[in-house]
Every structure is written in C-alpha cells, then in structure tokens.
Design a protein around this ligand. Structure first.
Ligand code: TRP
Ligand code: ZN
Length: 474
C-alpha cells in the first residue's frame, strides 16, 4: 500500500543524522558533586543529561525583552522565580550563547560563571531548602540557532521581517535563561518590544499592548504552567484574527500574509471544527484559548511544525502549503498530549507523538473514512517503525524518529483493540484529565491503564511498548 505523505512523514524526512552535542561532563548528571549545596547542572535526563538543573523548582518566568530586527539583537531581563528544593550556595540556569550583563538573587548582586550552556549563579547568601527566591538576569545578544543531535534546527530563527523561536527539545535556552527541561513547568509572562508596525506573538493570552517612542510592547501571559520547550515568540508582520469555536474556545490566529496561500487558509478555516472534535474525543480543552501562528521562513529552514502551548507554530518553510489539515490535527492534539500532560523526561516522548499520530488516524477515519485499521496497517508495514521500542529511544538523536510516532500510535491502537472503543475512549479522556497541567512518565501511563481497566495489560505493553521485535501480526 502506498505510504500516505502525511505531515509527520514530511517532518521526519526533513531530518538527517548530523553533529552530536559534545559529551556530558561527569558533574552534569547531578551525581558525584562534592558539594551538597551546589544545585546540579543537569537533571540527569537519560537522553539530554545536561538539560534542566537540580535544586529548585521554577514557579514563574517573567521576560521583558526588546528585539531589533535589523541587527538581530535581543536584550532585556529574565526574572526566574523558584522554590529551593535543597539548600543552595549556587545554582545553574541553562543558557546557550548571549551575554550576561548582571545577575541578582532577591535583589542582591550574585557572582556568576559560564561553561557551555550552564550559567552558574552564586547568591550573596545561601538559599535554604523551601525558600522562594527570584533570580534576575540582565542579558543580551544575537540569539543562536542550535543544531540538535538528530540534525534538526531549533532555538532562534531569524526571518526577513523578524524572528521565530522554537524550543523542542532544548532550544529555549538560546533566548532565555531557565530550567530547560519538560519536568519543570511554570507560569510565564513574556513582554517583547518591537519597532512599531511589527507584531510579537506568543502563547497564552495577550494581556496588553503599548506603543510609545516608536516601539510597541506585546505582553503575553500564560497562567497555566508551560514547559520551556513549548514557549514561542514570533516577531514580524502577521494578520491577527480572533474568533471562537462553536464550542466556545477563543481563537487567535497570527498569519504572515505571505504564508496565507489558499490551502493554508482553507486548512485554518477548519481549526474550530477540529478543536471541538478533539474536545469531544480527548476531554475539555485544557487552555484558555487556542489558534495558530503561521510564519514565512526560507525554504527548508525548519522542516517541522511545533505544538507550542495554546497555539502551535507552522513555520511556512515548505514547498507545499504552510498548514495542512493533518498537521493541524496533530499539533492541536498535542495541546492535550504534550502540552497539558507533559512528558517527565525525553524518553517519554511517545506520550506526545504516539498520541498525536493516533489523533491523525482518528481524524482521517472521521473526516475521510480511512479506517483506523488501514492507518495502523500502514504503520505496521513500514520497516522504519521497528528500529527501536517507542518507550526506549536509544539516543538523543532518536527522540523524533519514526518509532516514537508510528509505534507509539500502534500502542494505542492495540489498547483500543484490546479494550474496545467505548472503554478506550473513556481511558483517553481519563488520562488527559488525570494528568492535566502536569507531567507523566511512561510508567505513569501503564499504571493508569491497569488501574482504569482493572486488567493485566503487561503482555500488551511488553510486546508493543518495550519489545524490540515486530510482532507477527497487528
Ligand atoms: N514535535 C513536533 C511535532 O511532531 C515535531 C518536531 C519538533 C520535530 N522538533 C523536531 C520533528 C525535530 C523532527 C525533528 O509536532
Ligand atoms: Zn508531534
């Protein structure tokens, strides 16, 4: 059977193996540090050991930034509010590039040092376990575009009229200092000042805009916790439209006029219908608003869309339309699976991509009558599906590889077959509600399934989630 040229297939095709990040230093895993009051330089994620930092839990980010499209310079302050989870004489933030001008902790100047993507902060006096504190970082520079272990690009993309920030998995550190790991979600306020005439768009809600002295500031507020990889900023010319789904979810679409081809406009026209349909399948929409950000970038410069919180980003860098219905279904499904229920670590990525791929299959059945069984059979027949078990990507280069998407979706297909449609649909809604606005690991999911169904699903998970070999049949 010919393989459908899905949005996912296109994203994956854009990726090649390339440079791997420099090896992790022993200290960055968080273990073996001689000083018990030093916050670890990494959270020990098996695939991205240096991502995130130990010793504190961020509750809120407040970024106040100014961007100059001519020079590409971004500058301002980041206030990272956190709670110490241990006594701390020093702590780290993740930051790639940029120049740090000044750091203070609770208003008192702190000493700093930098090594690789680690910014180490030594407060004037130690922080005690349980203390709430705020680190203010004044910084600036031309943010970097980063290359991931799988050869894809993320971080800060300059566009001909501004910029676009994409942060999966570790690209947020290119433009703001933070705890760049999905396990530490926090509320977010982002204020970006741009030359008057340009627009700055992001996730959350637009709290205010203010024009003075030839510049406009856009303040975007996320009261729901957001993982750093799901924070975006788009700067440029956008046509901004507001509407609502029939079910009542407020929508904000920001579309670069150059990306508004007929097919993109038609696909975006179905956003209200898709979001309400997903709400019926997955449970109440988890955020205060939705929508999409559609930009215009050089051909082939990104190669994927991203499920940034509230409104996904479509970079408009392909030879086809910037947005197609399948990829809209996929990115919006992530609002439940990925954005609201966020992986605890990067090896749990199939909890994002398996679910979003399964949502594509469900939609195709609903919209065009392609049976679920045919989508599953297509994934089953593809040799690329079987290179590793979905719950165990072997290296950081594999987090967005086909098994995470297709085999992840097959796990759900098998659950559907085993439980029947009614129970499976209730399980999907139950899962998104149980872990709403939180984090979950693969073990959390399998435990939830066992509890919810009262059944021993160990053999199913052993075969489809953890097994190496392709089973004899679907
Ligand atoms: N997570 C994105 C999605 O599926 C896609 C994506 C982000 C991606 N970064 C990537 C795909 C890097 C391949 C390589 O919605
Ligand atoms: Zn996805």
């Amino acid at each position: 059977m010919p393989r459908p040229r899905t949005a996912r297939a296109r994203r994956i095709a854009a990726v090649c193996l390339a440079a791997v990040l420099p090896a992790c230093l022993p200290s960055c895993s968080g273990g073996g540090s001689p000083d018990p009051t030093a916050g670890a330089a990494g959270l020990g994620d098996r695939l991205f050991p240096r991502a995130g930092n130990g010793g504190y839990d961020v509750t809120h980010y407040g970024l106040d930034l100014s961007y100059d499209p001519g020079s590409g310079r971004l500058a301002g302050t980041a206030v990272v509010s956190a709670t110490a989870t241990q006594d701390l004489t020093r702590l780290n933030l993740d930051l790639a590039g940029m120049t740090v001008a000044r750091v203070s902790v609770d208003g008192r100047t702190a000493r700093t040092s930098r090594a690789g993507t680690e910014l180490t902060v030594r407060p004037a006096s130690p922080l005690h376990r349980g203390a709430r504190f705020a680190v203010t970082v004044a910084y600036g520079g031309v943010p970097r575009l980063l290359t991931d272990p799988d050869g894809s690009h993320e971080g800060w993309f300059r566009t001909d009229d501004g910029a676009l920030a994409l942060g999966e998995p570790v690209g947020s550190m290119a433009w703001f200092p933070g705890n760049d790991h999905p396990s530490d979600k926090a509320a977010f306020d982002l204020t970006v000042s741009v030359p008057a005439g340009l627009t700055a768009v992001s996730g959350g809600e637009l709290a205010s805009t203010r024009t003075a002295g030839g510049r406009t500031s856009f303040h975007w507020r996320s009261t729901a916790p957001v993982a750093t990889y799901l924070v975006t900023a788009g700067i440029g010319h956008y046509t901004v439209t507001r509407s609502r789904t029939p079910g009542g979810v407020p929508l904000l679409k920001a579309v670069d006029p150059r990306a508004a081809d007929a097919a993109t406009t038609a696909a975006l026209g179905r956003l209200p219908e898709i979001l309400d349909w997903e709400t019926a399948r997955f449970g109440p929409y988890p955020f205060g608003s939705s929508g999409a950000i559609v930009d215009h970038l050089p051909r082939g410069s990104v190669g994927y869309a991203l499920e940034t919180q509230n409104r996904p980003v479509f970079p408009g860098d392909g030879d086809g339309p910037a947005v197609d219905v399948t990829s809209l279904v996929h990115e919006l499904a992530h609002q439940w699976f990925g954005d609201s229920v966020t992986p605890r670590s990067w090896q749990d990525m199939w909890l994002n991509e398996g679910f979003a791929t399964y949502a594509e299959w469900l939609w195709q059945q609903h919209d065009t009558g392609v049976p679920l069984s045919r989508s599953a059979a297509g994934a089953f027949a593809d040799p690329a599906t079987w290179s590793f078990p979905p719950a165990a990507p072997p290296t950081a280069a594999d987090v967005s590889a086909p098994p995470v998407y297709a085999r992840g979706a097959l796990v759900l297909y098998e659950l559907h077959q085993a439980l029947g449609g009614t129970v499976f649909d209730r399980l999907l809604r139950g899962w998104s509600a149980a872990r709403s606005h939180g984090n979950a690991s693969t073990a959390d999911f399998t435990a939830y399934c066992a509890r919810f169904t009262g059944r021993d699903l160990t053999p199913l998970f052993a075969t489809w989630l953890y097994g190496s070999a392709r089973p004899a049949r679907l």
